[in-house]
Design a protein around this ligand. Structure first.
Ligand code: ADP
Length: 344
């Protein structure tokens, strides 16, 4: 069917709620932007639920099955599925504190999912230290630095005009480090700014990946509120270390994710033991806190302390690629399978 503004408006005029009442008045469809078989519909309604956005999206999709739609209200964007698109997923890798190995796990998981045949993007959203470009050896010469993301989020940019992510090892890669010029203290503080920037990095970039792995900002406060409430997450993965003794905020974090309907896929225990450099045996160093497992979170995998993980990260050549048959790659394969299953 012809995809033009009149056809889209006509379709929306037939959108009724469960009681048969009209859901959208004609003047609540503020604007329609079309590019080929893609369209964005901007609604002039405040405070609508995700369910409402889904209703509008799926109605349009039924009317024009070969088109893709983006439904917007203010700066909220919904593209079907969990929000990122039909059959497309955003998965957050979370760790309460910095230094627990969140970035290491995010990079290794993204590469593993890619090796399993998925098309994968990696978004470095770690505001305190965007390290992923370094770990992958991605050094964009030009491109995204200084992009005016504050303006870009409130305007509708058709797919062909969105900046492309970087590419490395068959992953699409994007980092807050590409759009915010300096390391800490970053210019991005406060919930509204963090939220705007992260949503720009998800919706304003021309990702073609079906699975977007986010290296989440550390912390359990505002950043987590943004992750759980404002981003279209299909699932979350915790990373903890034995030093994270009490996993103090873990339960609060779990509560927040549950409250916002974000499924917790599981837990990766990092630096869980030591791999002997001589015999490759694993030595237990600490016992792991059981707070998360007690709360019903399943352990997806256990990554030992292995100095090669940090050495290869510094060289920009991740270990799961350099030693694809080693024990760490094997553990990540287990984690990757569990994640893929959770998304299916
Ligand atoms: P985060 O993203 O949580 O701040 P990183 O992934 O940057 O943590 O890890 C912190 C440091 O620890 C990095 O130098 C990283 O290479 C190293 N590291 C992470 N996991 C391991 C591990 N299992 N064994 C050895 N070093 C690790």
């Amino acid at each position: 069917m012809m995809l033009d503004e009149a056809a889209i408006r006509a379709s929306l005029a037939g959108l009724n709620g469960p009681t048969g009442a009209l859901l959208l008045a004609a003047d609540e469809v503020v604007s329609v932007v079309i590019e080929d078989r893609w369209a964005a519909v901007v609604l002039g309604k405040d405070q609508v639920s995700v369910e409402f956005l889904r209703l509008v999206h799926d109605h349009l999709w039924r009317s024009f099955p070969d088109a893709t739609f983006e439904v917007r209200t203010g700066s909220d964007v919904f593209r079907g599925g969990s929000g990122f698109g039909q059959g497309r997923h955003v998965v957050a890798v979370l760790g309460g504190k910095g230094g627990v190995g969140k970035s290491t796990v995010a990079v290794s998981l993204a590469l593993t999912l890619s090796a399993m045949g998925l098309s994968v993007g990696l978004l470095d959203a770690d505001l305190n230290g965007p390290d992923i470009p370094h770990m992958l050896g991605v050094h964009p010469r030009s491109g995204h630095r200084g992009l005016n993301w504050k303006l870009l989020t409130s305007t509708v940019t058709p797919p062909s005009q969105r900046p492309r992510p970087q590419e490395r090892y068959r992953l699409e890669v994007m980092s807050v480090g590409f759009v915010v010029p300096e390391r800490l203290p970053l210019a991005v503080t406060g919930r509204a700014l963090v939220s705007t920037m992260l949503r720009y990095l998800i919706f304003g970039i021309a990702w073609s990946a079906d699975v977007l792995v986010i290296d989440a900002p550390p912390g359990t406060g505002e950043e987590l509120q943004v992750m759980a409430h404002d981003l279209p997450l299909s699932g979350a993965i915790f990373v903890t270390t034995p030093q994270d003794l009490a996993q103090m905020d873990a339960e609060r974090t779990l509560g927040l994710l549950t409250e916002h309907g974000v499924p917790v896929i599981g837990l990766v225990q990092n630096m869980a033991g030591l791999t002997c450099p001589h015999c490759a045996q694993e030595i237990d160093l600490f016992s792991q806190s059981t707070r998360l497992t007690d709360a019903g979170v399943r352990v997806l995998g256990r990554i030992p302390f292995d100095v090669r993980l940090s050495v290869t990260a510094d060289q920009g050549e991740p270990l799961v690629l350099g030693d694809p048959r080693g024990p760490i790659a094997y553990e990540f394969a287990k984690i990757g399978l569990a994640v893929r299953r959770a998304l299916e």
